[in-house]
Structure formats: structure tokens, C-alpha cells
Design a protein around this ligand. Sequence first.
Ligand SMILES: N[C@@H](CCC(=O)N[C@@H](CS)C(=O)NCC(=O)O)C(=O)O
Length: 89
Amino acid sequence: MSTLGSPIARQAAGGGGVITLHHSPASAHSASVRIVLAEKQLDCALHELDLARSEQHRPAFLAVNPTGMVPVLEDGGHRLTQVFFILPT
Ligand SMILES: N[C@@H](CCC(=O)N[C@@H](CS)C(=O)NCC(=O)O)C(=O)O
């Protein structure tokens, strides 16, 4: 695990703070994060993108993740854009 740790692990430990998941129902990577959030019964704001309509390539989302990929987990001022770093180990 990175020295920052996973926001999901911190939330599960009662660390609080609002986390937001940018995701798509059509994304397997997004699904793996949603499953872990549901398993741990964590509160998380959800922002759904329609990949078929290329919402991930619109400026508003490119400002969140310039690669135009989901999922992205926002935690305060931090954004994690790789499932490997989002999921707790
Ligand atoms: N390396 C990324 C991969 C994420 C990824 O491949 N996301 C796909 C959906 S599963 C995506 O956003 N595709 C949109 C596109 O290519 O325009 C991660 O680990 O999260």
C-alpha cells in the first residue's frame, strides 16, 4: 500500500471525510470499486458517466481526469485514477 493509504481503508476505519466516485455502469474497473464500497457499507457520493455518449471525454470530466477514464475516486483534494491505488490491500 502507498504511504497515503487507500481512502476506502481510511473510511472503513471510521476516518470520515466525503469521498466521490466517478464511475460508469459499463465499466468493469468501476464495478470492482463499487463492489468494495458496498461490501464495506461506506457512504460515497456517486457521479455516473455514460461512456457510450463519451461523457468521459467532455471538458468537465477531463478536468477531473485528463486521461478520460473511469473510475476516479476523489478524496478531499486528492484524486486516485487507478483501481490498483483505489482499492484497499
Ligand atoms: N488503468 C485504469 C484503467 C481504467 C479503464 O480502463 N477504464 C475504462 C472503463 S473500464 C474507461 O474509462 N474507458 C473509457 C475510454 O476509454 O474512453 C485503472 O486502473 O483504473
